[in-house]
Design a protein around this ligand. Structure first.
Ligand code: GRF
Length: 236
């Protein structure tokens, strides 16, 4: 199998990067060839090195807001390593339209909310403040609009009474680590195509169970009723 040469872009902890590195065995369709950080103090750099993946640092601060020069330095690293596909994994710089267009269809991100709800920062605090009962994460292709690109996959988690930002973030993160390696593998394997701005995944298996939170109880509501049965009962 030809594996797509993958760069992971990080700014910090790198737990999503680590989940992808752990998944990326010989039969995974992407081969991590570079972990690139815009901060020298990113903890994920040591994790990558421990996995034997080459690392590089392009300090965004050194470019003093000159995004074109910063991105030229990124591109130089990417081309040095023959990168074909990029996964953003907690990379905290917004990329310019030019960069995003050059990598269109080959640039993927994970965002800690069920987009299009809560784009941007502080997603868990905002989900708690909004009182949503389901929250989660989204893997999407990157386009020029921040957190707006075609959605590949989402994972939902319940928001529970007493949740704090930290407890909710931890619950979402578990799902991020399952979702991101899977969604990235579909892209790397060439199973994703775009139709009218939406992503179609050719061999995806879809979840058919509904997600209810809180669970309805009493009055016969706790048992899921198939739509067909409801129609038969005359409620349809
Ligand atoms: C994750 O929550 C991810 O969804 C967001 O930034 C965070 C990065 O965490 N884009 P980590 O560095 O992968 O641990």
């Amino acid at each position: 199998m030809k594996r797509a040469r993958l760069a992971l872009l990080i700014s910090g902890r790198g737990s999503n990067m680590a989940a992808i590195l752990a998944a990326a065995g010989q039969d995974y369709p992407a081969e991590p060839v570079l972990v690139l950080s815009n901060r020298a103090d990113a903890a994920g750099l040591a994790t990558a090195a421990a996995h034997g993946v080459p690392t590089a640092v392009v300090e965004s601060r050194a470019f003093k807001g000159d995004r074109a020069r910063f991105e030229a330095a990124l591109e130089a690293e990417l081309s040095k390593h023959g990168v074909e596909i990029i996964a953003l994994a907690g990379f905290m710089r917004v990329l310019t339209e030019g960069f995003v267009q050059r990598w269109e269809g080959r640039l993927i991100n994970i965002h800690p909310s069920l987009l299009p709800a809560f784009p941007g920062l502080d997603t868990h605090a905002r989900a708690l403040a909004a009182g949503v009962r389901l929250h989660g994460c989204t893997v999407h292709l990157v386009t020029a609009g921040v957190d707006e690109g075609p959605i590949l996959a989402q994972a939902a988690v319940p928001v529970l009474p007493g949740d704090t930002e930290a407890s909710l973030a931890a619950r979402v993160l578990v799902e991020e680590h399952r979702l991101y390696p899977a969604a990235l593998s579909w892209l790397a394997a060439g199973h994703v195509r775009l139709e009218a701005g939406r992503a179609i995944i050719s061999d995806a298996e879809y979840q058919t169970d509904s997600l209810l939170n809180p669970l309805p109880r009493g009055a016969g509501l706790s048992k899921p009723v198939a739509i067909g049965e409801r129609a038969k009962e005359g409620h349809g």
